[in-house]
Write a protein that binds this ligand. Structure first.
Ligand SMILES: Cc1cc2nc3c(=O)[nH]c(=O)nc-3n(C[C@H](O)[C@H](O)[C@H](O)COP(=O)(O)OP(=O)(O)OC[C@H]3O[C@@H](n4cnc5c(N)ncnc54)[C@H](O)[C@@H]3O)c2cc1C
Length: 292
Protein backbone atom coordinates (compact mmCIF):
# COMPACT_ATOMS: atom_id res chain seq x y z
CA UNK A 1 0.00 0.00 0.00
CA UNK A 2 1.39 3.44 -0.90
CA UNK A 3 1.52 6.21 1.68
CA UNK A 4 -1.35 8.04 -0.03
CA UNK A 5 -3.60 5.06 -0.86
CA UNK A 6 -7.22 6.06 -0.36
CA UNK A 7 -6.27 9.76 -0.15
CA UNK A 8 -5.60 10.35 -3.86
CA UNK A 9 -8.61 12.70 -4.17
CA UNK A 10 -6.96 15.31 -1.93
CA UNK A 11 -3.21 14.51 -2.01
CA UNK A 12 -0.86 15.27 -4.90
CA UNK A 13 2.80 14.37 -5.35
CA UNK A 14 5.62 16.71 -6.32
CA UNK A 15 3.46 19.82 -6.05
CA UNK A 16 5.15 23.22 -6.75
CA UNK A 17 5.02 25.41 -3.62
CA UNK A 18 6.31 28.68 -5.09
CA UNK A 19 2.84 29.86 -6.23
CA UNK A 20 1.69 29.44 -2.63
CA UNK A 21 4.34 31.73 -1.13
CA UNK A 22 4.55 35.52 -1.13
CA UNK A 23 8.13 35.31 -2.41
CA UNK A 24 7.07 33.04 -5.31
CA UNK A 25 10.30 31.09 -4.84
CA UNK A 26 11.30 27.53 -3.96
CA UNK A 27 10.75 23.97 -5.11
CA UNK A 28 7.99 21.38 -4.72
CA UNK A 29 6.51 19.45 -1.80
CA UNK A 30 7.02 15.69 -2.03
CA UNK A 31 3.37 15.28 -0.97
CA UNK A 32 0.78 18.06 -0.80
CA UNK A 33 -2.65 17.68 0.78
CA UNK A 34 -5.76 19.83 0.66
CA UNK A 35 -8.15 17.87 2.88
CA UNK A 36 -11.83 18.78 2.61
CA UNK A 37 -12.93 17.69 6.09
CA UNK A 38 -11.45 17.44 9.59
CA UNK A 39 -11.74 13.63 9.30
CA UNK A 40 -9.61 13.59 6.13
CA UNK A 41 -7.10 15.89 7.83
CA UNK A 42 -6.87 13.63 10.90
CA UNK A 43 -6.49 10.51 8.75
CA UNK A 44 -3.63 11.90 6.62
CA UNK A 45 -1.81 13.41 9.60
CA UNK A 46 -2.03 10.10 11.48
CA UNK A 47 -0.87 8.03 8.48
CA UNK A 48 2.20 10.18 7.77
CA UNK A 49 3.12 10.60 11.44
CA UNK A 50 2.93 6.86 12.07
CA UNK A 51 5.15 6.30 9.02
CA UNK A 52 7.69 8.73 10.50
CA UNK A 53 7.38 11.11 7.54
CA UNK A 54 7.56 14.84 8.24
CA UNK A 55 4.34 16.87 8.10
CA UNK A 56 4.15 20.69 7.87
CA UNK A 57 1.44 23.28 7.47
CA UNK A 58 1.34 26.09 4.96
CA UNK A 59 -1.11 28.99 5.22
CA UNK A 60 -0.82 31.95 2.85
CA UNK A 61 2.93 31.31 2.58
CA UNK A 62 3.77 34.89 3.58
CA UNK A 63 6.28 33.86 6.22
CA UNK A 64 8.10 30.85 4.77
CA UNK A 65 11.11 30.45 2.52
CA UNK A 66 11.08 27.15 0.64
CA UNK A 67 14.46 25.84 -0.61
CA UNK A 68 14.94 25.36 -4.36
CA UNK A 69 15.19 21.61 -3.76
CA UNK A 70 11.70 21.67 -2.23
CA UNK A 71 10.68 19.85 0.94
CA UNK A 72 10.43 16.17 1.67
CA UNK A 73 7.35 14.73 3.35
CA UNK A 74 3.87 16.20 3.46
CA UNK A 75 2.75 19.84 3.29
CA UNK A 76 -0.88 20.51 4.26
CA UNK A 77 -2.90 23.50 3.05
CA UNK A 78 -6.21 24.25 4.80
CA UNK A 79 -7.84 25.80 1.74
CA UNK A 80 -11.17 23.92 1.86
CA UNK A 81 -14.29 25.79 3.05
CA UNK A 82 -14.47 23.53 6.13
CA UNK A 83 -11.31 25.24 7.48
CA UNK A 84 -12.03 28.82 6.43
CA UNK A 85 -15.37 29.59 8.11
CA UNK A 86 -15.97 32.77 10.07
CA UNK A 87 -18.91 32.84 12.51
CA UNK A 88 -19.84 35.79 14.69
CA UNK A 89 -21.99 35.71 17.81
CA UNK A 90 -22.22 39.01 19.70
CA UNK A 91 -18.67 40.14 20.45
CA UNK A 92 -17.19 36.68 19.82
CA UNK A 93 -15.83 35.46 16.54
CA UNK A 94 -14.94 31.89 15.59
CA UNK A 95 -12.42 31.71 12.75
CA UNK A 96 -11.15 28.64 10.90
CA UNK A 97 -7.36 28.20 10.81
CA UNK A 98 -7.29 28.55 7.01
CA UNK A 99 -9.31 31.80 6.92
CA UNK A 100 -7.52 34.83 5.49
CA UNK A 101 -6.75 37.72 7.81
CA UNK A 102 -8.36 40.04 5.23
CA UNK A 103 -11.68 38.17 5.68
CA UNK A 104 -11.36 38.41 9.45
CA UNK A 105 -10.89 42.18 9.12
CA UNK A 106 -13.85 42.75 6.78
CA UNK A 107 -16.19 40.61 8.90
CA UNK A 108 -15.11 42.36 12.11
CA UNK A 109 -15.67 45.84 10.66
CA UNK A 110 -19.11 44.90 9.36
CA UNK A 111 -20.14 43.51 12.76
CA UNK A 112 -18.57 46.35 14.80
CA UNK A 113 -15.78 44.34 16.46
CA UNK A 114 -12.87 46.52 17.53
CA UNK A 115 -9.27 45.28 17.05
CA UNK A 116 -8.91 43.40 13.75
CA UNK A 117 -8.79 46.68 11.79
CA UNK A 118 -5.11 46.86 12.86
CA UNK A 119 -4.47 43.80 10.67
CA UNK A 120 -5.47 45.67 7.52
CA UNK A 121 -3.21 44.86 4.59
CA UNK A 122 -1.37 42.10 6.45
CA UNK A 123 -1.13 38.93 4.35
CA UNK A 124 -1.67 35.53 5.96
CA UNK A 125 -4.17 33.16 7.49
CA UNK A 126 -5.33 33.03 11.09
CA UNK A 127 -3.43 29.70 11.54
CA UNK A 128 -0.16 31.19 10.30
CA UNK A 129 -0.70 34.39 12.27
CA UNK A 130 -1.41 32.60 15.53
CA UNK A 131 1.42 30.14 15.04
CA UNK A 132 3.84 33.09 15.04
CA UNK A 133 1.75 35.46 17.20
CA UNK A 134 2.23 38.21 14.63
CA UNK A 135 2.84 41.58 16.18
CA UNK A 136 2.06 45.12 15.23
CA UNK A 137 2.30 48.37 17.21
CA UNK A 138 0.47 48.18 20.56
CA UNK A 139 -1.63 45.12 19.65
CA UNK A 140 -0.92 41.45 19.99
CA UNK A 141 -3.24 38.97 18.30
CA UNK A 142 -2.88 36.60 21.29
CA UNK A 143 -4.71 39.04 23.58
CA UNK A 144 -7.98 38.43 21.69
CA UNK A 145 -7.86 34.65 21.92
CA UNK A 146 -10.41 32.92 24.17
CA UNK A 147 -9.89 29.34 22.91
CA UNK A 148 -7.98 27.48 20.24
CA UNK A 149 -8.81 24.13 18.61
CA UNK A 150 -5.70 22.21 17.57
CA UNK A 151 -4.79 18.83 16.12
CA UNK A 152 -1.83 16.81 17.32
CA UNK A 153 0.45 14.77 15.12
CA UNK A 154 -1.55 11.70 16.20
CA UNK A 155 -4.66 13.21 14.57
CA UNK A 156 -6.23 13.78 18.02
CA UNK A 157 -8.05 17.10 18.54
CA UNK A 158 -7.79 19.32 21.62
CA UNK A 159 -9.24 22.65 22.72
CA UNK A 160 -7.13 25.06 24.78
CA UNK A 161 -8.69 27.89 26.67
CA UNK A 162 -7.03 31.28 26.13
CA UNK A 163 -5.39 31.14 29.58
CA UNK A 164 -3.69 27.84 28.70
CA UNK A 165 -1.86 29.40 25.77
CA UNK A 166 1.01 31.79 26.27
CA UNK A 167 1.99 34.39 23.74
CA UNK A 168 5.22 36.36 23.72
CA UNK A 169 6.97 38.53 21.17
CA UNK A 170 6.16 36.86 17.82
CA UNK A 171 5.92 33.42 19.41
CA UNK A 172 3.17 31.33 20.95
CA UNK A 173 3.14 28.17 23.03
CA UNK A 174 0.97 26.47 20.40
CA UNK A 175 3.29 23.66 19.38
CA UNK A 176 0.69 21.23 18.01
CA UNK A 177 0.81 20.54 14.31
CA UNK A 178 -2.47 22.17 13.25
CA UNK A 179 -4.31 25.26 14.44
CA UNK A 180 -7.83 24.30 13.40
CA UNK A 181 -9.89 27.22 14.68
CA UNK A 182 -9.79 30.11 17.08
CA UNK A 183 -12.44 31.79 19.17
CA UNK A 184 -11.68 35.45 19.83
CA UNK A 185 -13.41 38.16 21.78
CA UNK A 186 -13.44 41.88 20.98
CA UNK A 187 -14.89 45.11 22.32
CA UNK A 188 -17.91 46.38 20.37
CA UNK A 189 -17.58 49.63 18.40
CA UNK A 190 -19.64 51.54 15.86
CA UNK A 191 -18.93 50.03 12.38
CA UNK A 192 -18.79 53.54 10.86
CA UNK A 193 -16.07 54.58 13.36
CA UNK A 194 -14.15 51.37 12.65
CA UNK A 195 -14.38 51.96 8.90
CA UNK A 196 -12.90 55.43 9.35
CA UNK A 197 -10.07 54.02 11.49
CA UNK A 198 -9.48 51.28 8.93
CA UNK A 199 -9.10 53.83 6.14
CA UNK A 200 -6.52 55.81 8.13
CA UNK A 201 -4.60 52.68 9.14
CA UNK A 202 -4.65 51.48 5.54
CA UNK A 203 -3.06 54.70 4.30
CA UNK A 204 -0.36 54.67 7.01
CA UNK A 205 0.50 51.01 6.45
CA UNK A 206 0.34 51.26 2.67
CA UNK A 207 3.17 53.79 2.81
CA UNK A 208 5.41 51.46 4.86
CA UNK A 209 4.67 48.05 3.41
CA UNK A 210 5.47 46.55 -0.01
CA UNK A 211 2.39 46.70 -2.29
CA UNK A 212 0.33 43.49 -2.51
CA UNK A 213 1.55 42.75 -6.06
CA UNK A 214 5.23 42.72 -4.94
CA UNK A 215 6.95 39.46 -4.04
CA UNK A 216 8.00 40.27 -0.51
CA UNK A 217 8.90 38.97 2.93
CA UNK A 218 9.01 40.35 6.46
CA UNK A 219 12.50 39.66 7.75
CA UNK A 220 13.29 40.00 11.45
CA UNK A 221 11.49 39.93 14.78
CA UNK A 222 11.60 43.24 16.62
CA UNK A 223 14.03 42.76 19.52
CA UNK A 224 12.43 43.82 22.82
CA UNK A 225 11.53 47.51 22.74
CA UNK A 226 13.30 48.15 19.44
CA UNK A 227 12.26 48.17 15.83
CA UNK A 228 14.22 45.87 13.54
CA UNK A 229 13.68 48.37 10.70
CA UNK A 230 15.24 51.20 12.77
CA UNK A 231 18.20 48.98 13.73
CA UNK A 232 18.82 48.06 10.09
CA UNK A 233 18.65 51.75 9.20
CA UNK A 234 20.99 52.79 12.08
CA UNK A 235 23.49 50.14 11.02
CA UNK A 236 23.62 51.78 7.59
CA UNK A 237 22.21 48.70 5.90
CA UNK A 238 19.29 50.45 4.16
CA UNK A 239 19.48 49.93 0.41
CA UNK A 240 21.35 46.63 0.69
CA UNK A 241 20.72 44.24 -2.19
CA UNK A 242 21.99 40.86 -3.34
CA UNK A 243 21.27 39.67 -6.88
CA UNK A 244 17.58 40.16 -7.54
CA UNK A 245 16.67 40.78 -3.89
CA UNK A 246 16.76 44.10 -2.05
CA UNK A 247 15.55 45.72 1.15
CA UNK A 248 12.32 47.70 0.70
CA UNK A 249 13.13 51.42 0.81
CA UNK A 250 10.23 52.62 2.98
CA UNK A 251 10.81 49.89 5.58
CA UNK A 252 14.07 47.91 5.46
CA UNK A 253 12.62 45.08 7.55
CA UNK A 254 11.01 43.84 4.32
CA UNK A 255 12.74 42.41 1.31
CA UNK A 256 11.36 42.54 -2.19
CA UNK A 257 12.41 40.50 -5.19
CA UNK A 258 12.58 41.13 -8.89
CA UNK A 259 12.62 38.62 -11.71
CA UNK A 260 15.64 36.34 -11.59
CA UNK A 261 15.83 36.40 -7.76
CA UNK A 262 16.85 33.13 -6.15
CA UNK A 263 16.46 31.53 -2.72
CA UNK A 264 20.25 31.80 -2.36
CA UNK A 265 20.00 35.60 -2.89
CA UNK A 266 17.36 35.83 -0.16
CA UNK A 267 19.46 33.87 2.33
CA UNK A 268 22.58 35.87 1.51
CA UNK A 269 20.74 39.17 1.97
CA UNK A 270 19.34 38.04 5.34
CA UNK A 271 22.83 37.00 6.51
CA UNK A 272 24.43 40.22 5.21
CA UNK A 273 21.94 42.39 7.10
CA UNK A 274 22.16 40.31 10.25
CA UNK A 275 25.96 40.46 10.22
CA UNK A 276 25.96 44.21 9.53
CA UNK A 277 23.60 44.97 12.43
CA UNK A 278 25.60 42.74 14.76
CA UNK A 279 28.94 44.31 13.81
CA UNK A 280 27.70 47.92 14.01
CA UNK A 281 25.23 47.73 16.91
CA UNK A 282 26.06 44.47 18.71
CA UNK A 283 22.43 43.29 18.32
CA UNK A 284 21.59 39.79 17.08
CA UNK A 285 18.50 39.95 14.89
CA UNK A 286 16.38 36.82 14.82
CA UNK A 287 14.58 35.96 11.58
CA UNK A 288 10.78 36.15 11.58
CA UNK A 289 10.56 34.38 8.21
CA UNK A 290 10.81 30.62 8.60
CA UNK A 291 13.45 29.00 6.44
CA UNK A 292 12.28 25.44 5.61
C1 LIG B 1 4.07 42.16 2.86
C2 LIG B 1 4.15 41.46 4.20
C3 LIG B 1 3.83 42.17 5.37
C4 LIG B 1 3.92 41.54 6.64
N1 LIG B 1 3.70 42.29 7.76
C5 LIG B 1 3.87 41.73 8.99
C6 LIG B 1 3.71 42.52 10.19
O1 LIG B 1 3.44 43.72 10.15
N2 LIG B 1 3.88 41.91 11.40
C7 LIG B 1 4.17 40.57 11.48
O2 LIG B 1 4.30 40.07 12.59
N3 LIG B 1 4.31 39.80 10.36
C8 LIG B 1 4.17 40.34 9.12
N4 LIG B 1 4.34 39.59 7.99
C9 LIG B 1 4.64 38.15 8.10
C10 LIG B 1 3.39 37.27 7.81
O3 LIG B 1 2.42 37.98 7.09
C11 LIG B 1 2.71 36.77 9.06
O4 LIG B 1 3.62 36.06 9.85
C12 LIG B 1 1.51 35.88 8.66
O5 LIG B 1 0.57 35.92 9.66
C13 LIG B 1 1.86 34.46 8.35
O6 LIG B 1 0.65 33.78 7.99
P1 LIG B 1 0.64 32.74 6.79
O7 LIG B 1 -0.72 32.14 6.73
O8 LIG B 1 1.13 33.36 5.55
O9 LIG B 1 1.68 31.66 7.33
P2 LIG B 1 2.71 30.80 6.49
O10 LIG B 1 3.78 31.68 5.97
O11 LIG B 1 2.00 29.96 5.50
O12 LIG B 1 3.29 29.89 7.66
C14 LIG B 1 4.00 30.48 8.73
C15 LIG B 1 4.17 29.43 9.83
O13 LIG B 1 2.89 29.10 10.37
C16 LIG B 1 2.65 27.70 10.25
N5 LIG B 1 1.23 27.51 9.97
C17 LIG B 1 0.53 28.00 8.92
N6 LIG B 1 -0.78 27.64 9.03
C18 LIG B 1 -0.88 26.90 10.17
C19 LIG B 1 -1.96 26.22 10.82
N7 LIG B 1 -3.22 26.26 10.36
N8 LIG B 1 -1.69 25.53 11.96
C20 LIG B 1 -0.43 25.51 12.47
N9 LIG B 1 0.63 26.11 11.91
C21 LIG B 1 0.40 26.81 10.76
C22 LIG B 1 3.53 27.22 9.11
O14 LIG B 1 3.85 25.86 9.23
C23 LIG B 1 4.76 28.11 9.31
O15 LIG B 1 5.55 27.55 10.33
C24 LIG B 1 4.27 40.18 6.73
C25 LIG B 1 4.56 39.47 5.54
C26 LIG B 1 4.52 40.09 4.30
C27 LIG B 1 4.85 39.30 3.04
Amino acid sequence: MSLISGFEHFVRENEPLSPLTSLRLGGPAEYFAEPTTVEELAAIVKRFSEAGVSVRMIGAGSNVLVPDSGVSGLVIHLSAPAFCQIEIDGNRMRVGGGARLSHLVSNAIREGLNGPQHLVGMPGTIGGALHSNISFPNVDIGTWVRSVDVMKRSGEQLTYSGEDVTFSSRESSLSELVILAVEAEFEKEDPAALTKQLQTLWLVKKAKRPPADFNAAYLFKNPFGESAADLIDSAGMKGTSVGGVSLFDANPNYLVTESGATVADVIKLIETVRKGVHEKLDVQLETAIQIW
